[in-house]
Design a protein. Structure first.
Length: 275
């Protein structure tokens, strides 16, 4: 009996040394909890979704009905060409909001509270990125909805079209690590927004979003062909319209991996230094 009693504390100590939540699972759990916080914050401030709901409507209406006839001779044909590009552009510019929001939270001292909690240091940033999935789904649905009302039609298999939507959301999630990194390096939310627009606009307009690549000057075509936005737009056009996709899906996935591999470690390192 005494042997069993003596063994009990030893067994309890042995079990207590085994972590019930290994670090990867702790990171996932806390990141999802903080992602839920971001979703609640978005739900309580719906005006923060204007950029992903109103912007694609304005761009589609303006470019289709003002420039459509001049560019392609038919507003319907130009809508079929333009909508995947507008979706790519809007989903890329929509990622700027995460950098602005993170910089605002840091200025308000929110991340000082996170630092005092027993959570992995990277959980606030990972949670913020995961929480933005809803924004990217909303912009995808709203763009396709207004496009359908204007006359856009998906000519490919619905599963391929769904794959195109998922590819756009994945691209935005991976690209989000760039504004996250910028938000850790600059001082004000306005600086984050200004710098990110300066980075995103050349990618958006220096691509095949609005016109075909072969209509551009030769020196610009060289940049457009290696632009990640061009690969994303060509991939979505193929998946939505049933045209040849070529290697553009693989190039887009490669760019997604590159964004994560490059900017995620930089963002986490800058976050540790900042807070």
């Amino acid at each position: 009996m005494s042997t069993l009693v003596d063994a009990a504390p030893t067994t309890s100590r042995a079990l207590s040394t085994v972590s019930p939540n290994p670090r990867p699972f702790r990171l996932v759990r806390h990141s999802l909890a903080l992602a839920k916080r971001s979703l609640i914050k978005t739900w309580r401030t719906p005006e923060a979704l204007i950029d992903v709901t109103l912007q694609p409507v304005l761009f589609l209406v303006i470019f289709v009905y003002i420039f459509g006839g001049a560019v392609s001779g038919s507003t319907h044909d130009y809508l079929q060409f333009l909508l995947p590009g507008i979706l790519a552009q809007t989903i890329a510019t929509g990622s700027i909001a995460i950098g602005v929001n993170l910089n605002t939270d840091i200025a308000k001292g929110v991340f000082d509270r996170f630092r005092a909690l027993p959570i992995p240091r990277s959980a606030p940033l990972v949670g913020a990125v995961l929480g933005d999935v809803v924004r990217y789904v909303i912009v995808t649905v709203s763009t396709l909805a207004i496009g359908y009302l204007l006359g856009f039609r998906i000519d490919a298999n619905p599963l391929l079209a769904l794959a195109g939507c998922l590819l756009a959301v994945l691209f935005a999630l991976c690209l989000s690590w760039l504004p996250v990194f910028v938000s850790m390096k600059v001082r004000t939310p306005g600086a984050v927004q200004g710098l990110m627009f300066a980075l995103i606009m050349p990618l958006s307009f220096g691509s095949n979003v609005f016109v075909s690549t072969d209509t551009l000057p030769g020196w610009m075509q060289a940049f457009v062909k290696v632009n990640p936005m061009t690969h994303l737009v060509d991939a979505m056009r193929g998946l939505f319209l049933g045209t040849p996709v070529g290697p553009h899906v693989w190039w887009t996935l490669a760019w997604c991996a590159g964004f994560v591999v490059l900017f995620m470690p930089l963002a986490l390192r800058a976050y540790r230094k900042k807070v």
